[in-house]
Ligand binder design. Structure first.
Ligand code: ADP
Ligand code: MG
Length: 269
């Protein structure tokens, strides 16, 4: 089957600095939940920005739902919804108003807009809170509302850039449960990043690991674990990334501590 999302030799340089995305190639099948993992500064958000028309590649090619973002940005924008790394709701509007506003921006006609909003509020479990101001929402509720907003125009692809950053474990589980349902019920392809390896292992059918701008491994969670003889994705990641980790010989507690440091361990940067 044709990929719904593909990058070939994708490269991004800012000025004279070394490439922050360096010759990246991957493809995502329609309906797939794809995890794009890597340490802070690896190039994940930059890659997502190129896929979503926000940044122009220095070189390489991209196809999103059959279109090149550099020549058909409008068609590409209609094909995806996105939840950014940084929250982007209007706190002074209600949940419903935030959705209405976004629907109008995207030109979703009034009749279908109302029905779609009702459907999505139910899907992310916010029907009862639709008239509340967003500033009263918990972090998890805000994230769920952003996901609903991203799906208003029936996109084929949903990008989630660290959607669970700063949420407590319960809210994280809840959010991923919704994403799973959306993938199943709407057939939407999901491309996500996260710092939390166990989330990635639970959610992703395919995983690519990016480190310092380069893809260093790709496969299912199971394949990555087998390849590295690790019993967790976190262990696989540790085995696959840089020398500094391998120098550490102190056993699993040390590895856990290393992993925490690299992956942020649940704290906001
Ligand atoms: P990640 O999302 O994996 O944490 P990013 O894609 O945000 O990483 O960043 C990758 C690298 O590119 C980082 O070193 C970051 O500082 C750099 N970078 C990102 N955006 C810019 C920019 N607009 N100008 C210069 N450097 C940037
Ligand atoms: Mg990022």
């Amino acid at each position: 089957m044709d990929a719904i999302l593909a990058a070939e030799h994708l490269t991004k340089r800012f000025g004279e600095n070394p490439a922050v995305v360096n010759d990246v190639t991957f493809s995502v099948a329609p309906g797939c939940v794809f995890g794009f993992l890597g340490p802070n500064g690896a190039g994940k958000s930059t890659t997502i920005k190129m896929l979503t028309t926000l940044l122009r590649p220095t070189s390489g090619t991209i196809r999103v739902a059959g279109y090149d973002p550099t020549t058909h940005p409008g068609a590409v924008r209609r094909a995806f919804g996105i939840v950014f790394q940084d929250p982007s709701l209007d706190d002074d509007l209600t949940a419903l108003e935030n959705l209405e506003f976004h629907g109008i921006l995207y030109g979703v006609p009034k009749e279908t807009r109302r029905a779609r909003i009702r459907e999505l509020l139910a899907l992310v479990d916010l029907t009862d809170r639709k008239a509340s101001l967003v500033r009263e929402f918990s972090g998890g509720m805000k994230r769920r509302l952003e996901i609903a907003r991203g799906l208003l125009h029936h996109p084929q692809i949903l990008f989630l850039d660290e959607p669970t950053l700063g949420l407590d474990p319960q809210a994280r589980n809840h959010l991923w449960g919704h994403v799973k349902n959306l993938n199943r019920d709407e057939g939407v392809t999901v491309f996500f990043t996260t710092h939390y390896m166990e989330e990635a292992d639970n959610m992703a059918e395919r995983i690519a690991i990016i480190d310092r701008g380069r893809i260093i491994a790709e496969g299912s969670g199971q394949e990555l674990k087998q390849k590295t003889a690790a019993d967790s994705l976190e262990g696989a990641f540790l085995a696959l990334t840089g020398n500094t980790l391998r120098e550490e010989t102190g056993g699993s507690m040390d590895q856990m501590r290393q992993a925490r440091r690299i992956w942020g361990g649940g704290s906001r940067r």
